[in-house]
Design a protein around this ligand. Structure first.
Ligand SMILES: Cc1ncc(COP(=O)(O)O)c(C=O)c1O
Length: 432
């Protein structure tokens, strides 16, 4: 048999790339389980049936903008076009209204989802072996991109305020001492996946300052932006004046994930042979050679929805966030009825997003999910799933992530009852 490591790209056999598949397998084997693992939004918000109307709104927009008849506008959508996207002007207005930053259309790339935004950005900025700083714990898709691109990574601790600046500086020094060329820091300032933490304004400014000092780009993932119970501080993209931010996001949470529409926004400019070049143009070169264009049908749906909502999703998201907050409150309520802090259980109360971190009085691992699914029909993710740190004995990792976005109140109630049965029996067995 042909040896994978010797014959294919290295990194593809790394076990971390199987994490999501393992979870899918567990869910398939235990279809009657309640799963606290999915980062999906509430499927009640999907409105897939209205997507045809959204395409028609976008056609109306195109026909007005280009002074063409509807038929020609439909044909435009059916054809090839530029890799950067066909809804960039609509998105530029949305960013101005919703996020408060102005950006040129040619500084936006429409991607096939947030994951593509992350991978394309890292692939453009980094050579194999270059270093990425990650605020840990962090989104598994970033670890996947780092592994498949053969990059080095350095984990920076998170605090309740956001990024631990001392840890950031010590990781920068560590990377330099190991001779690693650090290129970029990845972070999710708004309602991180997995911890739900929202960075304070002070912390955002400090982070920008440190990265400027060391010449490091910041990859700002705003996947959960606008999904807070209260107003969050401005994005790094709005706060930065040094031209070092690559801001990414997705419509997977605010419209629906099956659309596969995300974006990269960056005004980073570089010099090459005496002239200047936009980082967005370099990322686009890679995009052209991978997916070429992002589905025009999906772009039209997103463009039509935003156009019809006066270039803003703010109202839609704030209504939906109120419902997510009710779910989060209900989850916290169920946890406090079933678990006692005196037994060593506790949880955080996030200010937005889809995730609650539930702390257990003992270590939890990947194997325990199988046990929990088979015995008690409830599935969750251990927090160490979102980190590559070996400090598994550190108390910080005695936690699990509970995703509540796509669960009904009944499912949350039954799920927490099952969690309680599982952990109580597990605790007895561990301490026997
Ligand atoms: C923080 C974060 N970034 C990016 C993504 C990827 O988004 P998409 O589904 O659009 O690829 C996710 C998905 O859950 C996420 O949680």
């Amino acid at each position: 048999m042909i040896n994978l490591v010797e014959n294919l790209r290295s990194g593809l056999d790394h076990k971390s790339l199987d994490k999501i598949n393992i979870l899918n397998e567990i869910s398939e084997k235990n279809p009657d389980s309640i799963s606290f693992t999915s980062g999906s939004p509430d499927s009640e918000n999907y409105n897939v049936k209205d997507s045809i109307d959204a395409i028609n709104y976008f056609v109306e927009y195109l026909s007005k903008k280009n002074k063409i008849c509807f038929d020609s506008a439909y044909k435009m959508i059916g054809n090839y076009s530029k890799s950067k996207g066909i809804i960039n002007d609509i998105l530029a207005k949305k960013f101005q209204y919703d996020e408060g930053f102005s950006v040129n259309e040619n500084e936006i790339i429409v991607t096939s989802g947030g994951q593509e935004s992350i991978t394309l950005t890292l692939q453009t900025i980094c050579n194999e072996g270059d270093g990425v700083l990650v605020v840990s714990p962090f989104f598994v898709g970033v670890e996947g991109a780092i592994r498949t691109l053969n990059l080095a990574h350095f984990q920076v601790d998170e605090t309740d305020e956001g990024v631990d600046i001392k840890s950031l500086e010590s990781q920068i020094i560590k990377a330099k001492s190991e001779g690693c060329k650090l290129k970029v820091l990845y972070c999710t300032p708004n309602y991180s996946n997995p911890t739900g933490i929202c960075m304070s304004l002070k912390n955002r400014l400090e982070l920008i300052e440190v990265c400027k000092r060391y010449g490091i780009y910041i990859l700002e993932d705003n996947t959960y932006g606008g999904m807070g119970w209260t107003e969050s501080p401005p994005t790094l993209q709005s706060l930065d004046s040094n031209g070092r931010i690559i801001h990414i996001g997705t419509f997977s949470k605010s419209i629906y994930p099956g659309l596969r529409i995300g974006y990269i926004v960056t005004n980073v400019t570089l010099s090459s042979n005496g002239s200047s070049i936009l980082l967005a143009d370099l990322i686009t070169k890679l995009k052209t050679m991978t997916t070429n264009i992002t589905s025009h049908i999906s772009q039209s749906i997103v463009g039509g929805i935003i156009y019809k909502n006066n270039y803003s999703l703010k109202e839609k998201l704030s209504k939906e966030s109120e419902l997510y907050k009710l779910k989060m409150d209900y989850l916290i309520n169920c946890l406090s009825e079933s678990f006692s802090c005196t037994d060593g259980y506790s949880w955080n109360i996030p200010e937005g997003g889809f995730f609650v971190i539930f702390k257990t009085p003992f270590k939890v691992n990947m194997e325990d999910i199988f046990l929990s699914a088979e015995r008690n029909k409830v599935i969750w993710m251990p927090l160490n799933f979102f980190s590559t740190e070996a400090r598994i004995n550190c108390e910080k990792w005695n936690s699990i992530r509970l995703a509540f976005g796509n669960l009904s109140k009944d499912q949350i109630k039954i799920g927490v009852e099952r969690l309680s049965l599982f952990f109580k029996q597990y605790h007895l067995e561990k301490s026997a």
